[in-house]
Unconditional design. Structure first.
Length: 255
């Protein structure tokens, strides 16, 4: 099976990276594509949002990146059929220090997922920074998916993010694509959201998903129940819009 690996990244905090990882992941799994979410963020929100908690001695991404176990050993099923998770650990904040001097530090995740079979999609939920963890995700990915919150300062950080993508492509020679820009938390009652959408579409053109994710209270409630919105409130606009994003992604990447 061919695998499409996608880093969900934006160094701006709270723009919907984790919400997208969980709900796009669940939507792809529901479409019959086995999907793995790798929680690359020490905050561990993808794990808690999916109701997966790590007990004593259970392997996490930290062990994988430190070379102590394989990805398969850290892999966990979720309550959603076909959706799997590799959980993070709060201790990953010290990864940069742990791997100090290791030449291959930025390539640890790529090495770990390279030989992992059986998934149509892998989604890397990145932390809100452009440090070593996000770099690992970008170097392990075929493409980057950028959630952009439809509000005023939305575009400001994007230049920096695109520069990071350019660096990975140019200096590091890794053919990372832009797998799309996704407008999130869209409030259709405001002129502002419309203006931001116009700007983003003008700048990124066809790389912007047609589907926009509305601000939807079900999307923010679902994680506290430890489930994707698809399970929590299937008919909500939040669930339906992530299903639509998955359909667009399937049409574009055809895995
Ligand atoms: N479309 C939406 N409608 C309503 N609430 C949303 C929506 N998307 C995300 N949220 C809420 O906004 C908050 C931030 O979302 P999320 O955790 O997905 O962002 P993030 O980019 O992963 O944040 P961080 O940078 O801290 O990792 C969460 O409380 C989430 O439930
Ligand atoms: Mg997050």
């Amino acid at each position: 099976m061919k695998t499409r690996r996608i880093a969900i990244a934006n160094q701006k905090g709270g723009v919907g990276k984790t919400t997208t990882a969980i709900n796009l992941g669940a939507s792809l799994a529901a479409a019959g594509r086995p999907t793995l979410i790798v929680d690359v963020d020490p905050q561990g929100n993808a794990g808690s949002g999916l109701g997966v908690y790590s007990g004593e001695g259970e392997k996490t991404l930290k062990d994988v990146l430190n070379g102590l176990c394989s990805m398969t050993e850290a892999l966990r099923p979720t309550a959603v059929e076909g959706l799997y998770l590799v959980p993070s650990s709060p201790e990953m904040v010290s990864l940069e220090r742990d791997l100090l001097g290791a030449q291959d530090a930025p390539l640890r995740l790529r090495r770990a997922v390279e030989s992992l079979e059986g998934f149509a999609y892998m989604l890397f939920d990145c932390p809100p920074s452009l440090g070593l963890l996000t770099l690992n995700a970008m170097l392990a990915a075929d493409g980057v998916l950028i959630p952009v919150q439809a509000e005023y300062y939305a575009l400001e950080g994007l230049t920096q993010l695109l520069r990071a993508v350019e660096y990975v492509r140019g200096r590091l020679g890794h053919p990372l694509e832009i797998d799309g820009v996704l407008l999130t938390m869209y409030d259709s009652r405001t002129r502002l959201a419309e203006d931001v959408e116009k700007q983003v579409r003008k700048h990124f053109g066809r790389r912007v998903y047609q589907t926009v994710i509305p601000r939807n209270v079900r999307l923010s409630e679902a994680p506290s129940h430890g489930m994707p919105v698809l399970e929590y409130a299937l008919t909500s606009r939040g669930a339906q819009s992530y299903l639509a994003v998955a359909r667009e992604m399937l049409a574009a990447t055809a895995v």
